[in-house]
Ligand binder design. Structure first.
Ligand SMILES: *Cc1c(COP(=O)(O)O)cnc(C)c1O
Length: 439
C-alpha cells in the first residue's frame, strides 16, 4: 500500500494507547465506535451489544451511570443532558396521552413548567398536592389513569421534606411508581430507593458535578418494576416489541422501566449528555460526600445564626428545630440537612435587593450545589411567573432570598451576611430597634 495522502493520514494516524489501564475514567469524546468485526454491526443493532453510537451508549457515560446506580442503591442509571431531560424522560417513560400524574406542589419551577406547559400538550394531565405530608391527600388525587407520583426529597422554597416511605406506600397500593427528584439531598444524604421510591431523578448540574461547570441529569431506577402488579397500567413495558419481538419485561425483568427510557425515550428524543460533561460529573461524584458534609455543616451554622438576627423575619431550613418537618428531616437525613434554603429579610423587595447587592462572598446567580455560596431573589426570578398569591402560598415573599451554601470558611459567610444585612436593613432598622425597646 502506497503512502496515503496527508489529509487521510491526519485523520487516521494515531499512536496506540499503552497496555496499562488508565486509573481515571478516559473521556471517549467520540460520536461513534468502529465495528471491529463485520458481525459486530448486526449484533449491535439486533441485540444491543457493544458500542456503536454515543447517543445509544458510550463508555465514559456508562462509567458515570454505574457510579450513580451504585450510590443511589438502584439497579441502573441513565445519564442525560440536563436535570430537565431527566424529569422529562422519566415521566414520558411512564405516562402517555390520556394519562395522569400526581405531583407535589413544592417542586422546582422548571418541573412545574414542564408539567403545566409541555406534558399537558402531550395529553398528560396533572393534579398537585399541597399538603405533601398527608398520605391521604396523595391517595385522594389518584385516578385509574394515574401513572406516576412525583415529588422532591427536599424542596425549595420552604425546605419541605418528603415522607418517602408513606407516599411510596400509597403508590404501591395502586401499582404506581413514586418518582423522587433527589437533587437537593444527593445520594450522600438520602437514598430514596432505600425508603421505597421507585425512580430517582437528579439535576447533575448541581451537587453531583459540584463546581458549576456543566449541565447534566440522571435517572436511577430501583429495578423493582413488578409486571404482575403493574403490567396492566404500563402496556408498553409488557407488550411484545415491534415485529413481535420479546417484551421489555421478558428481556429485562424488573428493569423494564429504565430499559424503556434507555432504548425508546432518551435516544429518540435525543437529550444525550456529552461524554466530556459525563466526565466532569464523574469527577464531581468522587468528592460528593466531602463537599456535602461541609456544605451541610456550614448551612446549619448559617441558618442558626440567621434565625437570631433582628433583620431576619424567618428562616426556612429543615435543620432548624423550628421547621415543621424537622423531626422527619432528622430521621431521613442523619448526615446533614442539605445546604439550600431560604430566609426572609424583615422588610420588602428593596431591602432584599440591598442585601444581595451588599454581599461579596456570595455570588448572585441562579444555580445551586456549587462549592461557592450563591444567592438569588426568587420572587423576581425563579418564581416570577407565578401569581403573587401562588408565591405567598409557596413561602416566597418579597423579602425572601435563597441561599446555596458552599464550602467556604463559615465565619466568612456569616461576616458577609452580617455586613449585608446591616446594609439592607437600613430602612427597617428603626422598626426593629423599636421592637427591641418595647420587648
Ligand atoms: C436545577 C434543578 C432541576 C433542573 O435541572 P437542570 O440540570 O437545570 O436541567 C430539576 N430539579 C431541581 C430540584 C433542580 O434544582
Amino acid at each position: 500500500m502506497g503512502r496515503r495522502g496527508f489529509t487521510t493520514r491526519q485523520v487516521h494516524e494515531r499512536g496506540r494507547a499503552g497496555a496499562s489501564s488508565p486509573r481515571a475514567t478516559p473521556i471517549y469524546l467520540t460520536a461513534g465506535f468502529s465495528f471491529d468485526e463485520y458481525g459486530d454491526a448486526a449484533s449491535h443493532f439486533g441485540a444491543g451489544e457493544g458500542y456503536a453510537y454515543t447517543r445509544i451508549g458510550n463508555p465514559t457515560i456508562d462509567a458515570v451511570e454505574g457510579a450513580l446506580a451504585a450510590l443511589e442503591g438502584g439497579s441502573q442509571a441513565l445519564l442525560l443532558a440536563s436535570g430537565q431531560a431527566a424529569t422529562s424522560v422519566a415521566l414520558l417513560s411512564l405516562a402517555a396521552a390520556g394519562d395522569h400524574i400526581v405531583v407535589s406542589n413544592h417542586i422546582y419551577e422548571g418541573s412545574r413548567g414542564l408539567i403545566l406547559d409541555n406534558l399537558s400538550r402531550f395529553g398528560i394531565e396533572a393534579d398537585f398536592v399541597d399538603d405533601i405530608g398527608d398520605p391521604a391527600a396523595w391517595e385522594a388525587a389518584i385516578r385509574p389513569e394515574t401513572k406516576a407520583l412525583f415529588a422532591e426529597s427536599i424542596s425549595n422554597a420552604t425546605n419541605r421534606i418528603l415522607d418517602i416511605a408513606a407516599v411510596s406506600a400509597v403508590g404501591r397500593r395502586h401499582g404506581i411508581p413514586l418518582v423522587v427528584d433527589n437533587t437537593f439531598a444527593t445520594p450522600y444524604l438520602l437514598r430514596p430507593i432505600e425508603h421505597g421510591a421507585d425512580v430517582v431523578v437528579h439535576s447533575a448540574s448541581k451537587f453531583l458535578s459540584g463546581q458549576g461547570t456543566v449541565i447534566g441529569g440522571a435517572i436511577v431506577d430501583s429495578g423493582r418494576f413488578d409486571a404482575a402488579r403493574s403490567g396492566a397500567k404500563f402496556p408498553h413495558l409488557v407488550a411484545p416489541g415491534r415485529g413481535g419481538t420479546a417484551s421489555l419485561v421478558e428481556r429485562t425483568g424488573g428493569d423494564a422501566r429504565i430499559a424503556y427510557a434507555r432504548e425508546s425515550v432518551a435516544p429518540r428524543l435525543g437529550p444525550t449528555p456529552s461524554p466530556l460533561n459525563a466526565f466532569f460529573i464523574g469527577q464531581g461524584i468522587e468528592t460528593l460526600s466531602l463537599r456535602v458534609d461541609r456544605q451541610s455543616a456550614n448551612a446549619l451554622a448559617v441558618a442558626t445564626w440567621l434565625a437570631t438576627h433582628p433583620a431576619v423575619a424567618s428562616v426556612d431550613y429543615a435543620g432548624l428545630p423550628s421547621h415543621p418537618d424537622h423531626a422527619l428531616a432528622s430521621e431521613l437525613l442523619p448526615d446533614g440537612y442539605g445546604s439550600v434554603f431560604t430566609f426572609t429579610v424583615a422588610g420588602d423587595a428593596g431591602d432584599a435587593r440591598r442585601v444581595v447587592e451588599a454581599l461579596d462572598v456570595f455570588t448572585h446567580m441562579t444555580h445551586l450545589g456549587d462549592v461557592r455560596s450563591l444567592v438569588l431573589h426568587p420572587a423576581s426570578t425563579s418564581h416570577t411567573h407565578l401569581t403573587e398569591a401562588e408565591r405567598l402560598a409557596l413561602g416566597v415573599f418579597p423579602g425572601t432570598l435563597r441561599l446555596s451554601i458552599g464550602i467556604e470558611d463559615v465565619d466568612d459567610l456569616i461576616d458577609d451576611l452580617g455586613r449585608a444585612l446591616a446594609a439592607g436593613a437600613a430602612s427597617v432598622a428603626p422598626a426593629v430597634a423599636r421592637a427591641e425597646v418595647s420587648a
